[in-house]
Design a protein around this ligand. Structure first.
Ligand SMILES: [Zn+2]
Ligand SMILES: [Zn+2]
Length: 253
């Protein structure tokens, strides 16, 4: 048989066979618009059109929460929310706006058990961190924002942990996975107003072993930053246990 005599043919055959198998297991359609995916986007699972439709966060940024500032108001480097509210982290960075394709993908990742989207979405965070010079050289470890154990049981995985692991691997930093714990269940932040969100998470985080974080500069990782209430409370718990600088990196805001 031809395929047995010519290894290159056999390799090509095998590759076609395997990619056929992959297509069977993971239908090759865009996760957002459901159109057929071009072959070079199979791994990402999002077609070029949807991918380019993701609204990336671009400068000017608020120097505290990382939200995009109105470029028509020059000279300001802090947003109105951060003037009113004290956030306990030093600076947050978010890769894109929480809307459209990004919002859809985050929902599928979080609630649709699509763990594999962690790599696609994690890459957006890494690109943002590199483009806008998140100072990784000072970071000693990556801390994913934990879920309460009841919520973890319900969802089966912590999306922040998947994203945190990806970011940590790319920047060759250790993950301090169990640094933080949720002391009590909290209501879903999305159901609450801005002020309620801060009350909802107040003192809801604790550091399991302060030896894990004392004297360390940390990067807190979560999927979405809205008011910053959750990240701020988590950062406060870390700082009370002796952490140094606490930066926050999220996928969207
Ligand atoms: Zn698409
Ligand atoms: Zn701000």
């Amino acid at each position: 048989m031809l395929t047995q005599r010519h290894p290159q043919h056999r390799a090509a055959f095998l590759e076609a066979f395997l990619s056929g198998l992959v297509e069977l297991i993971y239908p090759a359609i865009c996760l957002s618009c459901r159109k057929k995916l071009p072959p070079d986007t199979l791994r990402r699972r999002v077609c070029p059109q949807c991918w380019n439709g993701i609204k990336k966060c671009v400068p000017p940024f608020c120097r505290r929460c990382g939200r995009q500032l109105d470029s028509r108001a020059p000279g300001k480097n802090i947003c109105p929310e951060c003037v009113r509210t004290q956030l306990h982290f030093d600076r947050a960075f978010s890769a894109c706006r929480y809307e459209g394709v990004a919002k859809d993908l985050i929902h599928q990742f979080k609630y649709g058990q699509k763990h594999y989207l962690g790599e696609t979405l994690g890459r957006l965070m890494v690109e943002h961190a590199l483009t806008y010079h998140l100072p990784f050289e000072v970071i000693d470890g990556v801390v994913p924002v934990p879920l309460h154990k009841a919520k973890l049981r319900e969802r089966e995985f912590n999306q922040a942990e998947v994203l945190g692991a990806f970011v940590a691997r790319e920047f060759e930093k250790p993950v301090i996975a169990d640094a933080l714990v949720r002391r009590r269940p909290t209501r879903t932040q999305a159901e609450l107003s801005g002020r309620e969100r801060f009350a909802n998470v107040r003192e809801s985080f604790a550091v399991a072993d302060s030896g894990d974080v004392r004297g360390k500069n940390l990067l807190l990782v979560d999927d979405v930053l809205t008011t910053g209430a959750t990240s701020s409370e988590a950062a406060l718990a870390l700082k009370k246990s002796g952490a140094g600088i606490v930066f926050v990196l999220t996928l969207a805001n």
